[in-house]
Design a protein around this ligand. Structure first.
Ligand code: G3P
Ligand code: CA
Length: 247
């Protein structure tokens, strides 16, 4: 099984997280996979952003659920990181898909559902599936979420995509076998802090691919890979990509 290094929110240690410049920079740094967060605006447009509010990563404040696609043009998502990134926008999923095709990048798309209810969950699932249908056939995708019921629903609608259960330390301490089986997950994305040699072996023996987040020291990345973890999600993918090669 090849190892994979994922750029968390794009190359987020060198460019503003979850922007096209941060994700596009993967291609120039031999990083084939990125991780990103997708939520839904008030008008049901899927948008790439981690937070529910604009405050931390843009020049505006307020909830993203009050916005429409037209509003994105007036929001700067780059200047907070550095003046050279002024003009970066919050990307729509459609723009991200176009970038993935153009730069031949593969994506782990996290569905950020934030407890918005069944109707919005289904809207986001349908919208994501529609956009992913525009990817070139060589592009690869993993859909992840902390919302395991939503993941099961996604898998029911689009069984052709791999789904990954995001796991907190608390989830890893429960009966994860039943949960993972019910949702049809092939992949698990645990918080790396909860991983031990023993639970990595148990997950691997149960047949799961494991990609751990968010690993920002090279020593810990090496330790996890040596235990049998398949992938590392990190803010420093450009510095760790050589770890994809087995020693
Ligand atoms: O996908 C792993 C990781 O990104 C989950 O945490 O808060 O960075 O989305 P967060
Ligand atoms: Ca994420």
């Amino acid at each position: 099984m090849p190892r994979t290094i994922f750029a968390h929110r794009g190359l987020s240690s060198v460019a503003p997280e979850n922007t096209l410049v941060a994700i596009g920079a993967c291609a120039e740094n031999k990083v084939k996979w990125f991780e990103t967060d997708v939520d839904i605006l008030g008008d049901s447009t899927p948008v790439v952003i981690h937070d529910t509010h604009l405050d931390r990563t843009t020049n505006r404040t307020g909830s993203i659920y009050d916005l429409t696609a037209e509003d994105l043009e007036g929001i700067d998502a780059g200047a907070w990181f550095g003046s050279e990134y002024r003009g970066q926008k919050l990307p729509t999923l459609a723009q991200l898909v176009e970038l993935m095709n153009r730069k031949e990048l593969n994506g782990n798309i996290e569905l950020k559902l934030n407890g918005q209810g069944a109707e919005k969950t289904l809207e986001l699932i349908d919208a994501v599936i529609a956009e992913l249908g525009k990817l070139d056939e060589d592009r690869e995708v993993i859909i992840s979420s902390f919302d395991h019921l939503a993941l099961a629903e996604f898998k029911r609608h689009a069984p052709q995509y791999r789904v990954a259960a995001l796991m907190t330390p608390e989830m890893l301490a429960t009966n994860w076998r039943s949960t993972l089986e019910l949702m049809g997950a092939e992949v698990v994305h645990p918080d790396h802090a909860a991983l031990t040699r023993e639970n990595v072996k148990a997950l691997k023996d149960a047949g799961y691919e494991i990609n751990a987040w968010t690993v920002n020291t090279r020593g810990r990345a090496n330790e996890l890979l040596n235990w049998g973890v398949d992938g590392i999600i990190t803010d420093f993918a450009h510095e760790y990509v050589d770890l994809e090669k087995e020693p």
